[in-house]
Design a protein around this ligand. Structure first.
Ligand SMILES: Cc1ncc(COP(=O)(O)O)c(C=O)c1O
Length: 367
């Protein structure tokens, strides 16, 4: 293939430049302005969340949530082990200790069973859980909410990859005390870089704004009793976000279509298993993820690279990372097995059925 096919390339709606021009006309080239408010409103309206704060990244949003929940040095914080580092790095910013919980085979996401078992058995009660909805697919969220309530654990949903994914028609990111979306360059929508923190609690949102804007106390001069961060989103990037939000449903449907094409071409191959979608949920299929029972995925990656197509191994579980060699964990081998067998396939919304057919042909040749 001539042009490289990326895992998930940015895909503009066509209105981005028009809105950026409006920002320039207004001269609000700042982390405040009309488009920051509009972007927050559009995410609230689409996801059904009550409060939203546009920030510089998904990682920043998770950090704000942890700070507001007063997670601090020595605290235990549960997290999905099968995730990207951005889910958990903010736990380290707070000098807290991550405790990694394994996935289940039904969802590839955090296992509610293991979570409950850990919470029943642990000596030190964790304060919060950072739960990832991996590759845009909803975790078994109702059960997880119930377990968190039962044990008095705050829930932060890392929906960085799952904007538009739902469970029983309720959006991922809106079940917990906080939800986080990412608008990084490879996400289903992008502002080039950015994030959104959502919460049902207005006080949390107010506090998040306070911390995201250097914790300035309400005086005319700058008065500080606490430290904050410079985490607010720029009005220029929010203008991109507003234009992107206009096509979110289109993008979800296209991602799902790309997945269906892969299933059509590869679905009858016995050694291939696609990431499952839980009953009553709708994933956004951000990346089509699969495992090979026999074939070494490195061979497949190499063959795809030869036709200029990007692919990537499934996330290496956090408990396997040298960074977390001393961290507590509660595992049953599921994520390690997935990691040893799995690959993410190119899933850009700009792809055609012909692209998917060609990629599938090359994969079949490797098997
Ligand atoms: C699961 C997950 N969590 C967190 C993040 C962090 O988001 P950001 O890159 O916007 O900081 C990402 C993506 O980058 C992600 O995929």
């Amino acid at each position: 293939m001539k042009d490289r096919i990326f895992l998930s390339a940015p895909h503009m709606s066509g209105n981005e430049l028009k809105y950026i021009e409006k920002v320039f006309e207004s001269n609000y080239i700042a982390p405040l302005g009309e488009y920051v408010n509009k972007f927050e409103e559009s995410v609230k309206e689409y996801t059904g969340s009550q409060n939203a704060l546009a920030v510089s990244s998904g990682t920043a949003a998770i950090h704000l949530a942890l700070r507001i929940l007063d997670i601090k040095e020595g605290d235990d914080v549960l997290a999905s082990t099968f995730t990207f580092i951005g889910s958990v790095s903010a736990i380290l910013y707070q000098k807290a200790n991550p405790v990694f919980i394994d996935s289940d085979k039904e969802s590839w996401n955090l296992s509610p069973k293991l979570l409950n078992k850990y919470l029943l058995a642990c000596e030190k009660k964790p304060k919060a859980l950072v739960l990832t909805h991996l590759y845009g697919m909803s975790a078994d969220i109702e059960k997880i909410v119930e377990i968190c309530k039962l044990h008095g654990v705050y829930l932060i949903e890392d929906a960085a990859e799952s904007l538009g994914a739902t469970f029983k028609e309720k959006h991922t990111g809106t079940f917990g005390d906080f939800g986080v979306y990412s608008f990084n360059g490879n996400k289903i929508l992008t502002t080039s870089g950015g994030g959104m923190l959502v919460t049902p609690d207005k006080e949390y949102r107010d506090k998040a704004l306070f911390y995201a804007t250097q914790a300035k106390e309400p005086f005319i001069h700058y008065e500080h009793t606490e430290y904050g961060y410079n985490y607010r989103m720029s009005n220029v990037l929010a203008a991109i976000g507003v234009a992107q939000m206009e096509v979110i449903e289109e993008r979800v449907l296209k991602k799902r279509e790309v997945f269906e094409w892969y299933k059509e071409f590869l679905g009858d191959i016995e050694e291939i298993t696609f990431m499952p979608e839980l009953a009553n949920s709708r994933g956004n299929r951000w990346l089509t993820a699969l495992t090979f029972e026999k074939t070494d995925y490195n061979l497949v990656m190499k063959a795809l690279e030869e036709i200029n197509v990007e692919s990537r191994p499934l996330w290496k579980p956090m408990h396997m990372q040298a960074l977390f060699k001393d961290a507590k964990n509660y595992l049953d081998g599921t994520s390690e097995e997935l990691f040893s067998k799995g690959l993410c396939l190119a899933s850009s919304t700009t792809m055609t059925k012909e692209d998917v057919k060609e990629i599938s042909r090359v994969i079949k040749e490797c098997l």
